[in-house]
Design a protein around this ligand. Structure first.
Ligand SMILES: Nc1ncnc2c1ncn2[C@@H]1O[C@H](COP(=O)(O)OP(=O)(O)OP(=O)(O)O)[C@@H](O)[C@H]1O
Ligand SMILES: [Mg+2]
Length: 263
């Protein structure tokens, strides 16, 4: 296994906490001294907006050096890396052009492996400890690319009545991807937006902890308005409000993830 671990945050269920988990786990890892590259794989640009205000995010998206152009041109991703304001934390921004990424991939040779090839040199250099990829809420050729480029996936699941809906499809899809990328694994499932007083939180936790196909991380993230304030200020909550409960939980989750990813 190479030194750099590539982890994708994926769930076809929208709003399950993929981007919030990816940005905060990545930032927490960097704050603990790791070198981390975040890759925004979603046309919604939410990961990019987690670090830059709208004007700067649009400027990056329109610079011709977003992930979309790299994939379209099958370029080495080294030239698309932008530093964030946090030491050890870099990002490859997205753009709304990502909406046509499936179309771009369609005519390419070995189209499931384009992102993996774009990442090859960054990975081989071994500079980053972790590369975290934020996936969009879909299952298709692009998410297949994201998974094929990764060592493992983390599945954020919202503790809500419909939170588990579609999870079976995600696992079916994952099994298909494993035919192309046999070493891909599920690192774990992370419960997000938990409200301990609610019954469906307990139910979600119980169902997920009994699943054979993936481990449930011990750490779960509770609902916390600080997450939204932080996002409104284009910062991850672990940096914006260090002592808020979600910041503490995200730092704990990052530690737990690193303890499994490094094995
Ligand atoms: N712990 C939390 N407490 C409160 N709100 C949260 C928390 N985590 C996420 N949210 C909010 O929930 C919404 C969805 O989160 P997020 O964007 O991370 O999900 P996602 O899975 O990336 O969504 P999409 O599928 O659209 O990409 C956001 O508005 C975010 O601010
Ligand atoms: Mg998202």
């Amino acid at each position: 296994m190479s030194k750099t671990q590539v982890i994708a945050f994926a769930n076809n269920k929208g709003g399950s906490g993929k981007t919030t988990t990816c940005s905060n786990v990545g930032c927490a890892m960097a704050l603990s001294g790791k070198r981390v590259l975040l890759i925004d794989g979603d046309m919604q640009m939410n990961l990019t907006l987690s670090f830059f205000d709208e004007d700067r995010a649009m400027e990056l998206a329109q610079s011709g050096r977003s992930l979309y152009e790299a994939v379209k041109k099958e370029d080495d991703l080294s030239d698309y890396i932008i530093p964030t304001q946090y030491e050890g934390l870099d990002i490859i921004p997205s753009s709304s052009l990502m909406s046509s990424i499936e179309f771009e991939l369609f005519a390419k040779w070995q189209r499931e492996l384009i992102l993996k090839k774009c990442l090859e040199r960054v990975r081989a250099r071994g500079y980053y400890d972790y590369i975290l990829i934020d996936a969009p809420p879909t299952l298709g050729g692009w998410v297949m690319n994201i998974m094929c480029a990764s060592d493992s996936i983390i599945i954020p699941v919202e503790a809500s009545p419909w939170g588990l809906f579609g999870l079976a499809n995600l696992f079916d899809f994952f099994r298909q991807v494993k035919n192309i990328a046999p070493r891909l694994s599920v690192l774990g499932i992370a419960i997000t937006k938990a409200d301990e007083r609610k019954n469906y939180f307990k139910q979600t936790r119980e169902i997920l902890s009994e699943m054979d196909s993936a481990r449930l991380f011990d750490t779960y993230i509770r609902v916390d308005s600080a997450v939204e304030w932080a996002q409104d200020n284009s910062q991850p909550v672990v940096a914006y409000k260090k002592y808020s409960r979600s910041a503490i939980e995200y730092k704990k989750l990052a530690k737990e993830i690193m303890s499994y990813a490094d094995r």
